[in-house]
Design a protein around this ligand. Sequence first.
Ligand SMILES: *Cc1c(COP(=O)(O)O)cnc(C)c1O
Length: 419
Amino acid sequence: MPMSADFKQRLFPALPAIAQHFATPFHIYDEKGIRATGAALKQAFAGIDGFREYFAVKALPNKRIMQIMLEMGFGFDCSSIPELAMSRELGASGEQIMFTSNNTSAEEFDWAAKDGGSILNLDDISLIDKVVDFPELICFRYNPGPRRTGNVIIGNPVEAKYGITHEQVLDAYRRARQRGARRFGLHTMVASNELDYTYMVETARMVLEIAAMVKEQLDIEFEFVNIGGGFGIPYQPDQQPLALETMASEITALFNDFKQRHGFVPHMYMESGRYMTGPHGCLVTSAINFKDTYRQYVGVDACMSALMRPALYGAYHHIDVVGKEDQPADMVYDVVGSLCENNDKFAVQRALPRIEEGDLLAIHDSGAHGHAMGFQYNGRLRPKELLLRRDGTVELIRRAETMADYFATQCFDADEFQP
Ligand SMILES: *Cc1c(COP(=O)(O)O)cnc(C)c1O
């Protein structure tokens, strides 16, 4: 089921008042739910020594949310300079930050190394010589290529631009050691929004097999293996959630077995984004227009600048009409924004209860890769973000974009040049 019943129960009765105070549209996130998921993750993997989640910042890059991640003992997975800067502003540094960039620039390497550094996760063997001050601790991103078939969203590993090949693994660590590295980790990310837990167990098995090979061939004992993000969430009402506990117990068994056979065992890291925050957010928008042409349209006051996934991937996001959850879904609507693109639709031919002007629509599961993917195309600015706190109060955690923000990059010092 998308969006937990508990979140819905706490949120929906209060939504009309929240909407009146803050004005729609907005994303609202559930502190209680995020903390519960974080606690469940830690509990599930408690049997693995040194387990750590590095929250994938790109999923929900809001400082208030990231503060909650820090309070839970999580680190941050960053892949750009602004993400690094934001993590550091919150006090994270060194091994609390994993820097997983690809096609990395010299400026990014500089940033990754400064202010207490970060764990450098190299995407390619050619980057080894581009790191100026080679760190003591180094990690490589591994791409299994034809050894794994990718899952649906991330695609086939052979076609993915990320990571080093299987054949490059030994050379990569050998060269890193020559450059002065003394501590080592291995990273991979081969799935996205994967609901089949066995795929994640296979990923853990895969990285441990590489760990065994590198130990045997190079006598390097990995300090950690990172199985990446990609834990799925059910967007559709009939989908089952990821079987977290079963998955964790099977992965824990693999780590225990590894330790018995090899006399050491790496820590396990992961970098979930979607799983941590996705179901704990929704986009709340008001119905403002109705149109009866070849189809029945409901126009809402949010558009794809607030949530791109339906337009970008045809992704399904469940919708509740607040206060009408128990009414029969006897209408069929396209729920649309105002952007001049015909794919600006939150739902296409969706069965919903009859909607009236002023009704609030809650578009589920906008807590990850939602606001963050937004953009300003067509002058459609991004909405505000709110946090439903544990005590039931609501906090503004990002204001809506303004026209001043939109114009900001056109205020600059004149520069003309005759080449
Ligand atoms: C996007 C990304 C993640 C997070 O993916 P989710 O599907 O949100 O879990 C983790 N690691 C890397 C390297 C990523 O690019």
